[in-house]
Every structure is written in structure tokens, then in C-alpha cells.
Design a protein around this ligand. Sequence first.
Ligand SMILES: [Ca+2]
Ligand SMILES: [Ca+2]
Ligand SMILES: [Ca+2]
Length: 361
Amino acid sequence: MKEPELEGKLYGVLKLGNGQDQLITAVTGKEKGQSVIYVDANNDEDLTNDGDGRWNGELSGWGYRRRVTVQVDYSIEGENVALPYHVYIDATKDRPGPAGRLKYHAWFGHCHRAGTVKLDGKPYDLALFDTNSDGLYSDLENTVLAIDVDRDGFFLTTPDSYELWRPGELIRLGNTTYEVVSISPGGREIDFSVSEEEVPPHPILLPSYPAPDFRATDLKENELFLKGLRGNAVLLYFWEAPCPTCSSKSRASQIQNIYDRYKEKGFIAIGIPMNSDRAVLESFLEREGTTYPQLWSEEGRENPVAKLYRVWSPNDMIYLIDRQGIIRYKNSYHADGEGFLHYNEIGTEQLIKIVEGLLEQ
Ligand SMILES: [Ca+2]
Ligand SMILES: [Ca+2]
Ligand SMILES: [Ca+2]
């Protein structure tokens, strides 16, 4: 291994792909007093011929990031083939280097496995994301699929996107439901079969689209039917009760204040707690003094209404639905300069303004 001259060298390896050489070496240390990292991106056992060692990203003050495209070996029909693969290596600023603090991952938004597939008689752009960063796409339980369903040239990759399929989800396009049968390790080939099971297409969970209907039972055994609430402005709040000893006033109780203020004018709030422990939830609600309906499912984070709205973790997602059943607001995600998704926080004042706007309609 040919190496650059560095002070205080620390080594790391990335294990990627399934080919001849699955280990890609990286070395960090100091060069003229600066922290650097050299990655053997072309995997030729020479750390000096892959460009300079500069970190090329900052992590909002606390760390460094190196974006690098490495050549990963894959075994394809008995032959070794190197394919490009994006890797992100992060390190904390105070102690850049391995010792458990150097972390690498594939970046969700940038993937080197994109192509076209013909499904339901039409060509679609498709991309694969390797969510466990091992360079392999064949482990279906760790591979997410994106299809440019609306053909606008972009993959919408928010977690609730209608253009994204999580592992095991059936794919509905046009009149056909598909199932992913297999993906080659390098992600260049994907086999679909037509499923006998029929599923509806993913709902478009964006403002100006209809809110998906559901029928569910609340903690007091009342049945709630979203369609039956037409004529009212409805707030849906996906959440999970925190520890019973937390002290600050919760978002759940802020929503209670809005509910108290506007319920006579046709405003309804519905909580969708993703707790699996009913006692924890009920004692929290009692302490916070909330009275608006809270749906209850023993399935916790697998709550069917949360699944319908593609809420995968209790992230304080709020939807505001107008009197006609149309989504008018959601505190969705935004992408930062690096393309990473962040959740948009909404203040109570802003929520009130939106509610008032909906009630005037
Ligand atoms: Ca090299
Ligand atoms: Ca994988
Ligand atoms: Ca699209």
C-alpha cells in the first residue's frame, strides 16, 4: 500500500460489494497542521493517486465530511466488475479519525444505480438506494426503490413520497401491481413479477391533494370516519407520548388550546399516537389535559392510519385538511444544501393562522 506522509495516521476500511477486493482503505491524519483524509477511491492499493486529502464538506460546525466516489468490485456472472458507488465519510472535528468516530454511509439522495424499466407498458426512470451502505442492492430488506411516477425528471425522496417504495412494499403502477423478486448485487438488474395481490397506488400526500380517508377507533371507543367530518377543518397529529416525567408543555397540549379556541367554529383535531403502551399514553394525556380524540391501535408504530399517511416514526407530523377534505398544509421536510432531509418545525402562532384561514373558507 502506497501512502501519503501524514502525522498521527489512523486507518479505516470500507467493506463494499461482493467482488474480489471488498475492502477500500482510508487513512486520516494531519498534513501541514490540517486534518485530512485519503481514500483509495480507485481501489488500487495506492492512497496517493486519488486526488487530495481535503475534507470537502462541513457538518454544521461539528464535523467534517468527505464525499467520494469509490470503485466497488462486484462479481457479475463469475467476472469481477468495478462499478462506481458514492460514499460519505463523516468525522467529528475535535477528533477526526477512526477510533469509533469515523463513520461512512451511502448518501440517500445520490445513487449510482439509476436506469429505466418498462412497467405497465411504459418506460419509467428508476433508482435504487442501498440503505445499509454495504454496496449491495441484492439484500432486498435494505434496498429502497424510487420510480419517477409523474415523469417530471425528479425522484421525490421524502419518507412519505408516493415515488418511493420501502422494502417489501408492492408497487402499483397503472392497473398492475408488481413485486420486486430480485436485484443483482451491483444493482444493475432488477426482476419484477406481477403480484396477485392488488394494492392501491401510494397516495399523494401533498397540499392540494385529497387527504386519504380512514375509519378508526379512538381511545374512548368512538369510531371516527374522516370522510364523515367533511364540512369541518381537520388537524391530524402523528406523535408519540414521551416519558411520563417530562415537564414541558407538549405539542399535544398546544393543539388542545387551538382545539378549545376553535372547536365551536368547525375545527376538529385528531391525534394519532404511535404508542404501543396504552397506560403510558393515557397517563400522559391525563396530565396534559387533552380531550380531543386520540386514535388507538395496539400496533403502535405500525398504526394503520400512520401507515396510510406513510408516517414511519412518530415525528410530530401535522396535516391540516380543509372543509372539502383537501390537504392544505403539512409540516413537511426540506432538503439542505447537501440534499439531506430535515423536518420543518411549525410554531403555534403559524398553526393558528392556518386554522383561521381554513375556517374562513
Ligand atoms: Ca488509489
Ligand atoms: Ca445493501
Ligand atoms: Ca417525480
